[in-house]
Design a protein. Structure first.
Length: 200
């Protein structure tokens, strides 16, 4: 199965806007070339009419879209978010949580599993991004202060045992115990990231 996008303005590492074409074979990019294809084309041909041809956007931090939020706790909300993002050029994303009570978080993990299996039309789910609950009170922003916690193993091990889908965890690194958690995440190939922090 071959598709060729012609007459597009290419978005490439070296620059934006040169006219060119992209060949896709069996769902994978096989060629990106400047100018116009030489000779007749086989398969499907799509004329981009000088619109941009861009790589898919991968969103590592998003809470929702299309009126739905990942914390709504329903599979339907997940699918609405995924399909809305796909319409605007996001091809993959990390559903991101808000600081919340543990029961709500664990429910979110279950919904994620089901939604991932049913997500056939939307941006792909690449794993869960946890935002909180280990944040600085003074930098809480939109995070509910009632649910902020300290990173102690008794708590974070429960979270890590409840889901194998966590791929990124945002934490305030100055909290006691945060660096140990960061090292543990690294050893488990989960990306520790800094957020809502008072660190200077
Ligand atoms: Zn956020």
């Amino acid at each position: 199965m071959r598709t060729t996008l012609i007459n597009g303005r290419l978005i490439l590492p070296g620059g934006i806007g040169e006219t060119g074409y992209v060949v896709i074979e069996d769902g994978k990019i096989a060629a990106v070339e400047k100018g116009e294809p030489a000779g007749p084309l086989s398969g499907e041909v799509i004329d981009a009419h000088s619109l941009y041809i861009s790589p898919g956007f991968i969103d590592l931090h998003t809470h929702g879209a299309g009126g739905a939020d990942f914390m709504d706790g329903t599979v339907e909300a997940y699918l609405t978010v995924a399909e809305t993002h796909a319409r605007y050029g996001t091809t993959a994303l990390l559903p991101t949580t808000l600081t919340c009570p543990d029961e709500e978080l664990f429910h979110m993990f279950d919904v994620y599993t089901e939604a991932k299996a049913r997500n056939t039309k939307g941006a792909h789910f690449l794993g869960i991004h946890l935002e909180g609950p280990y944040f600085a009170y003074s930098q809480r922003g939109a995070q509910d202060p009632a649910n902020l916690k300290q990173p102690v193993p008794e708590h974070y091990m429960k979270i890590l045992e409840a889901s194998g889908d966590i791929v990124r965890w945002s934490i305030a690194p100055e909290l006691p115990g945060a660096l140990e958690l960061g090292r543990l995440l690294k050893s488990r190939h989960i990306l520790p990231s800094v957020g809502h922090t008072d660190a200077v």
